[in-house]
Write a protein that binds this ligand. Sequence first.
Ligand SMILES: [Zn+2]
Length: 432
Amino acid sequence: MHDSSLWRALIGVENTVIEGVEYDAEARTLVVSVRPAAQRRRRCGRCRARSPGYDSGRGRRQWRTLDLGTIRTWLEADAPRVKCPTHGVVVAHVPWARHGAGSTRVFDEQVAWLATETSKHAVTELMRVAWRTVGAVITRVWAEVTASTDMLGGLTKIGIDEVSYRRGRLFLMVVIDHDTGRLVWAGEGQSKATLQGFFDELGPERCAQIGYVSADSAGYIADVVAKNCPTAVQAADPFHVVKWANDALGEVRLDVWRETRRAARANSQGRGRAPLDVGDPFPAHQRLKILTRSRYALWKNPENLTENQRAKLDWIAATDDRLWRAYQLKEALRVVFKLPHDEATEALDAWIRSASHCQIPQFVNLARMVKAQRRPILLAIEHGLSNGRTESVNLKVRLRTRMAFGFKDPDALIAILMLSLGGHRPTLPGRT
Ligand SMILES: [Zn+2]
């Protein structure tokens, strides 16, 4: 048929013969019958080696492909088996789909692109697939990238981190390249064995090239790093240290909030009589309201505050000594990481001293943690590790993990993280 090249272009396939097209007006579906071009026939589905035919397999089968306009479309073809010298009896290779896939390459590429660019809802609605199908698609797209790309080449400075998923019950271990800001590896679990899996993949020669490793303070990470990269500098991750301070501040805020709520309730129970805090310019219920809304003002970096958030901080400074001191301690620790190394040493020691004596239990405890990590923290500052970059990769990993919450299969979660943040983003079919 003379318009077969148009059909090939429309459905986005190469090395494929179009045998016929059947439109079912009632079901609004289109089935395009195809077969591999002569040079692509009788090849192993796994290694593509030319192989003798074995049998006709399970007969004809269909592959879901991109809709044509508004019409759902399938490709249909025979799926014979061949006998590969290496892989034995396998279903023969087809040029329009990955081995074992139920959908075509163009379909998979569009799903993978959408999964890294848009919401779960957008992908599943637009492509008319279940989220677990999206998981299966991105897992095979990522497997193809790893088969042809060395993700672990040229690493010298790495960051190791743990990310929780499934409501904090399961963990992934992720490795970031500090030089490129890319995610280079992710594995399921939170143990010595998980991390050892990374170093095994890296191999002894490339382990020797690693000069610098940052991680949070989990002891087992330090042990595994020391065993595999004995000469590497082990530093703290500034991102984690700042996060500890933010967590401590969050706890102080919650304490103050609870005490204020108790006071507000005591007042409202005395309704009818004069309120207990008469004469106080900030009655307890008003205090509670402002505290409830102050979370982001306390958490954000001061240079990014809105007018309104700045006003909330001013209010806290004027009315709550404990929360205000906690805020200042958090900010002072954050600033240490922005200082040159010589000033940072002095500033960090001064910080540890003042936090140890601040009489706010959460910050006394934080001072103890920071003191225990003093050397790795100073090493991070000495090596000029950019807090901003690690923080942004960390946040993106967490954001993606939340979005991918519905994946039961950790391989799908790993695939979406690596495709999104590993420097190999999928492209839309037919584009370069
Ligand atoms: Zn083979």
